[in-house]
Design a protein around this ligand. Structure first.
Ligand SMILES: [Zn+2]
Ligand SMILES: [Zn+2]
Length: 176
């Protein structure tokens, strides 16, 4: 069998071991993020239940509004509880918000679902709150980010399982 451009082979999962589910959905998440319209973070989000994708979303502006790629960012400074000031681009919805909203548009409940995203969902723009509020029970991130602590506390209080995939993969390999 011949694969064009060698992309499938480069993926590294073809054989002999099946790609684990978390890596599989995180790979899809990365592709979804390629549609994002703000270069400060072209991230995507995939929401799954029982290994079936319920919804996807990527960072972008609401329908009808201009995107960062078209007109530039809309920066806004926030002061976190620990006193750190961080600038965020407010022109977009986060990928998590778009994925949750997309599910709502087609009448899909996210109760008990797992959410995949590039970095720890934010607290400052209420992604962590929203994830808890819509019944998502597990959050899988590719990596953490500098002000993840507030979100981690929100998930802990709600009993939402938070998984960092890189760490898990490392542990998985060690077992062999
Ligand atoms: Zn932007
Ligand atoms: Zn967010």
């Amino acid at each position: 069998m011949v694969y064009s451009n060698g992309t499938l082979k480069d993926h590294g999962h073809l054989e002999p071991v099946q790609i684990p589910w978390d890596e599989y959905f995180m790979d899809i998440c990365r592709v979804v993020g390629e549609k994002a319209t703000c270069d400060r973070g072209r991230s995507g989000c995939v929401i799954v239940r029982d290994h079936v994708i319920l919804s996807t979303g990527f960072v972008t502006s609401p329908e009808g509004s201009p995107t960062c790629d078209e007109v530039g960012h809309q920066m806004c400074g926030f002061i976190h509880e620990d006193g750190k000031k961080i600038d965020h681009c407010m022109r977009n919805n986060c990928a998590e918000q778009v994925a949750i909203a997309n599910a709502a548009r087609v009448w899909i409940s996210l109760e008990g679902a797992t959410l995949y995203t590039k970095m720890t969902p934010c607290s400052v723009r209420h992604c962590a709150h929203l994830i808890v509020a819509c019944g998502i029970r597990r959050v899988v991130c590719d990596s953490t980010y500098h002000s993840a602590q507030e979100s981690e506390e929100i998930f802990t209080r709600a009993g939402v399982q938070l998984v960092y995939l890189n760490k898990e993969v490392t542990e998985y390999k060690k077992k062999k």
